[in-house]
Design a protein. Structure first.
Length: 107
């Protein structure tokens, strides 16, 4: 985070990688929780999607947060099955439009 409190590209990419690691670590728990209220595939699907996100991040050569978040959203919607894909894309697609011209995410 910069002195002004804005997040740059590297901070966003780092957060996404840490989130992917947390999802992988808690995959079984997410499956267990989803089994109680659904079909039990949320942990598996989210883990698969976040693994694809990390692959995408590793292959990207951009510093534009908007482009990064858009790519993350598109990766999630194309790799996460069931009803979870589109909702997981939403939080990354909206901010991608907002930050494209600013180049950072500010609080």
């Amino acid at each position: 985070m910069s002195a002004e409190g804005a997040f740059g590209h590297e901070a966003v990419a780092d957060w996404l990688r840490r989130f992917a690691a947390a999802v992988a670590e808690h995959k079984a728990e997410l499956v267990r929780l989803d089994t109680a209220i659904g079909d039990g595939d949320h942990g598996t699907n989210l883990d698969r999607g976040m693994r694809k996100v990390v692959e995408k991040l590793d292959g990207m050569d951009v510093t534009d947060i908007g482009a990064t978040l858009k790519a993350v959203g598109m990766t999630l919607v194309s790799s996460v099955g069931g009803a979870a894909g589109p909702p997981q894309r939403g939080p990354t697609r909206g901010p991608s439009i907002t930050v494209t011209t600013a180049g950072r995410i500010a609080p």
